[in-house]
Design a protein around this ligand. Structure first.
Ligand SMILES: [Zn+2]
Length: 187
């Protein structure tokens, strides 16, 4: 019968091996094609990132903006708290909303409109498997909290768009259809 000390040593080795495998395997395995980027958060080392080799140009820059937000969260929280946060849907939602906001900010600072960028990240957040059961209101609130500047700019653009699309109301409250020369319609 193996002594207690030998059993403890064996259990310790198996545990250490499992922890090492959990840390090292994501770095060695082929990158999943369904993912665009990945940020792993290690104790002491900090964030380690991997990106889909098929991405380039603006798509890669956008993914980098998202993953860099996760890297900043890893540095800010530390690996253990980062891991714990990821296990609670509400905390995870806040972290993802922050990362998607970084994507939208990248889009807006590169010529995108806040309204479209905001709508895009709202959709992307809603499509994440993690948040399928989260009500839309909760998703939108979290995004608004994590991304106040773009949310406000998007709402302003939305309101402007609504004003522009509403028909002109004449002095007596009639709807006035602007006169359009026929020739210009056929051109
Ligand atoms: Zn993310």
């Amino acid at each position: 019968m193996p002594s207690r000390r030998a059993t403890a040593r064996r259990v310790g080795l198996v545990l250490m091996g499992s922890v090492l495998a959990a840390f090292i395997l994501p770095l060695l395995l082929p990158f999943p094609q369904s993912e665009e980027g990945l940020t792993l958060c290690y104790p002491v080392v900090g964030p380690v990132q991997r990106f889909n080799a098929g991405l380039s140009g603006p798509a890669l820059a956008r993914t980098r903006a998202h993953e860099n937000a996760h890297a900043a969260q890893c540095r800010r929280d530390g690996a253990i708290w980062h891991f714990v946060r990821g296990a609670f849907p509400r905390k995870r939602l806040a972290a993802e909303a922050e990362a998607y906001c970084a994507e939208a900010s990248y889009g807006v600072s590169n010529g995108g409109t806040a309204r479209l960028e905001y709508a895009r990240i709202q959709d992307e957040l809603r499509e994440m498997a993690w948040f399928r059961r989260v009500p839309s209101d909760a998703l939108n609130n979290s995004l608004r909290l994590q991304c106040p500047l773009i949310a406000v700019a998007a709402a302003r653009e939305e309101a402007d768009q609504g004003v522009r699309q509403r028909p002109h109301i004449g002095a007596r409250g009639r709807t006035v259809t602007p006169w359009v020369p026929q020739a210009s319609l056929r051109r």
